[in-house]
Design a protein around this ligand. Structure first.
Ligand code: NAD
Length: 495
C-alpha cells in the first residue's frame, strides 16, 4: 500500500531531502479516510540543518546582497507562478484537509494578491530622519530584517496561513524555516517547487515536515531563530512561547476564537441569517474566525432562526471535490470526536438541539458531521465559551445593545465579530465596544492582503497582513552622526 502513495521529501537549503532518521508518516484524505501520501518525519537534526541553512542565507548569500527591489521581483514571480498552478495546489489542500475544493480554489486564486502586495512593499521599507533636539547631530533610522523566521501553521488553510508569514518575511529581507501541520504538508511542499522555480537562492525558504514534538519544539527553541510566527491552538502556543524564551525570539500568535455574530432588530434578516451560515458552516466551522456564537435580537429572533435553520438544513454535505458540495468532512478523526464531545456537553448542560448533532449517513468512511444549531443556551455553557472548531452554532437571544456588548465580550477570546444592522451609529458604537481584532459589519469572513488580522486576549498577539506586517518582520536601527567640528565635550556626562 505504502508503495502506491505519493512520496514527498522536505526542502532544506535548496535540496530535496528525506528526514535524517529516514522515517516517514502518512497523510490521509478526510473525505475517504484513506491514506494518499507519505511525508518525511522530521527530527531535531533536520531542524538544525534547516535553521543553519536559513542563517547562512541571511548572513552571506545572494539573498543577503540583493536590493529590496530585486527581492520584490522574486516575490512577484512567485505570486505569478502560484496563479498558474492555483487549481492544482487547491486540489492538494482539499486532499489533505477535506475543505471544499471551491473554497481552496478561491483562496489559491486570491493568494497571488498577497505576494504582489508584499512585492510592492519590499522597496518601500525605509526609515526616517529624526529632527533631534540637540545641535550638531544628524540622526536617522533604518528598518532592518530580523534574521531567521520560524513559521508554524495549522491544517485549516495551509497555504493562506503560510503566505501571511512568508510574503512579508521575505519582503523585509528575512529568511525562513516553515513547519506545516502534520495533517497538511503536501501543498507547502508543492509550493517549494515554485519557490525554486521563481529563483530564490538556496536556504532562503526551507520546510521541515513533522510533528509539534520534536520539529516544532526544536524550531521554536533554536538559538539561531530570531522571530516566530505561529498559528494554531493555545496549548501549542504556550510551548512556542516557552521555546522562544531560549533565544528571546519575537513571537506573534494567531490563535482561535469564539466569535460573536450579532443580529440587531433593524438588520436585513435574510442577509444576517446567511452571514451566520457563512460564519459557522463555511469550512465546516474549521476556521479561526468562525462565528460560533450568534446573538439575535428578540424582536427578530423567530424570523432569523427560520431563515437560518432553513438554510442550514439544506446544506449539501459530501465529497469536497464535487462542485455542488457545500460542506465537506472535518480534517482529522480527532476533530470529529472533539465536535461530538462538545455536542454532548451542550445537551448535558441543558441546551436544546434545533438541528443536526450527528454524523450524516451514507458518506462512507469520511469524517463528516452535520451542521448543528443549539438554542436555549446560556453564554456560560461550554458550547458558548470554548472553541469547538467544527460546525456547531450556539444561538442566544438579547434585548438591548448594552446587554449584547456585555455578552459578546464575556469570552476569553477576542479574534473577530460580526454586526448586522442598518443603523450606522449603532454599527460604529458596537464595533468600538467589542474587544476583538477584526469586526465585520453586514459581512463576514472577508479577507484582503491590505487588512491586518489578529486577535486580542486569548486569541493571541501580533498582526498578519497589511502594512503592519512589515513592522512585524523588521526592527529599527538608529544612527547618530556628529557633524560638529568642535572637540568632544566632557566625556563624563551624557550628550
Ligand atoms: P495545533 O495548535 O494543534 O497545531 C498548530 C501547529 O503547531 C502544528 O503545526 C503543530 O504541529 C504545531 N505544534 C504542536 N505542538 C507544538 C510545539 N510544542 N511546539 C511548536 N509547534 C507545535 O492547532 P491545529 O489543531 O493544527 O489548528 C487548529 C487551531 O488553530 C485552532 O485553535 C484554531 O482556532 C487555530 N487557528 C487560528 C487561526 C488564526 O489566524 N487565528 C487560523 C487558523 C487556525
Amino acid at each position: 500500500m505504502e508503495n502506491q502513495l505519493k512520496r514527498y521529501q522536505m526542502y532544506i537549503g535548496g535540496q530535496w531531502v528525506d528526514s535524517a532518521s529516514g522515517e516517514t508518516f502518512t497523510s490521509f484524505n478526510p473525505a475517504t479516510g484513506e491514506p494518499w501520501c507519505t511525508v518525511p518525519k522530521g527530527t531535531a537534526e533536520d531542524v538544525d540543518r534547516a535553521v543553519r541553512a536559513a542563517g547562512k542565507a541571511f548572513e552571506d548569500s545572494a539573498w543577503a546582497k540583493m536590493t529590496y527591489t530585486q527581492r520584490g521581483k522574486l516575490l512577484r514571480r512567485l505570486g505569478d507562478l502560484i496563479a498558474e498552478r492555483a487549481e492544482e495546489l487547491a486540489v492538494y489542500e482539499t486532499l489533505d484537509n477535506g475543505k471544499l475544493l471551491r473554497e481552496m480554489r478561491g483562496q489559491l486564486k486570491y493568494l497571488p494578491e498577497y505576494y504582489h502586495y508584499f512585492a510592492g512593499l519590499a522597496d518601500k521599507i525605509h526609515g526616517e530622519t529624526l529632527p533631534i533636539d540637540k545641535p550638531d547631530l544628524f540622526v536617522f533610522s533604518t528598518r532592518e530584517p530580523l534574521g531567521v523566521v520560524a513559521a508554524i501553521t495549522p491544517w485549516n488553510s495551509p497555504l493562506y496561513l503560510t503566505t501571511l508569514k512568508l510574503a512579508p518575511a521575505l519582503a523585509a529581507g528575512n529568511t525562513i524555516v516553515i513547519k506545516p501541520s502534520e495533517v497538511t504538508s503536501a501543498s507547502l511542499l508543492e509550493l517549494m517547487r515554485l519557490v525554486e522555480e521563481a529563483g530564490f537562492p538556496p536556504g532562503v525558504v526551507n520546510v521541515v515536515t513533522g510533528f509539534g514534538d520534536p520539529v516544532g519544539s526544536a524550531l521554536t527553541s533554536h538559538p539561531w531563530v530570531n522571530r516566530i510566527a505561529f498559528t494554531g491552538g493555545p496549548e501549542s502556543a504556550r510551548h512556542v512561547v516557552r521555546g522562544s524564551a531560549e533565544n528571546f525570539a519575537r513571537v506573534s500568535l494567531e490563535l482561535g476564537g469564539k466569535s460573536p455574530n450579532i443580529v440587531f432588530e433593524d438588520a436585513d434578516p435574510y442577509n444576517a441569517a446567511m452571514g451566520i451560515v457563512a460564519g459557522i458552516f463555511g469550512a465546516a466551522g474549521q476556521s479561526c474566525v468562525a462565528g460560533s456564537r450568534a446573538f439575535i435580537h428578540a424582536d427578530v429572533y423567530d424570523k432569523v432562526m427560520e431563515l437560518l435553520v432553513g438554510r442550514a438544513s439544506g446544506i449539501k454535505i459530501g465529497d469536497p471535490l464535487a462542485s455542488e458540495t457545500e460542506m465537506g468532512p472535518l480534517a482529522i478523526p480527532g476533530q470529529l470526536q472533539r465536535v461530538e464531545e462538545y455536542v454532548q456537553a451542550g445537551l448535558d448542560e441543558g441546551a436544546r438541539l434545533v438541528f443536526g448533532g450527528r454524523r450524516p449517513e451514507g458518506l462512507g468512511k469520511g469524517w463528516y458531521y452535520t451542521p448543528t444549531i443549539f438554542e436555549d443556551a446560556s453564554n456560560q455553557m461550554k458550547i458558548a465559551q470554548e472553541e469547538i472548531f467544527g460546525p456547531v452554532l450556539t444561538v442566544i437571544p438579547f434585548r438591548s445593545e448594552e446587554e449584547v456588548v456585555k455578552l459578546a465580550n464575556e469570552s476569553k477570546y477576542g479574534l473577530a465579530a460580526g454586526i448586522w444592522t442598518s443603523h450606522v451609529g449603532k454599527a460604529h458604537r458596537v464595533a468600538k465596544a467589542i474587544r476583538a481584532g477584526i469586526v465585520w459589519i453586514n459581512t463576514y469572513r472577508s479577507i484582503s492582503p491590505i487588512a491586518p488580522i489578529g486577535g486580542v486576549k486569548f486569541s493571541g498577539y501580533g498582526r498578519e497582513g497589511g502594512w503592519e506586517a512589515i513592522y512585524e518582520y523588521t526592527q529599527s536601527k538608529v544612527v547618530w552622526v556628529n557633524t560638529s567640528t568642535e572637540p568632544m565635550p566632557d566625556p563624563f556626562i551624557m550628550r
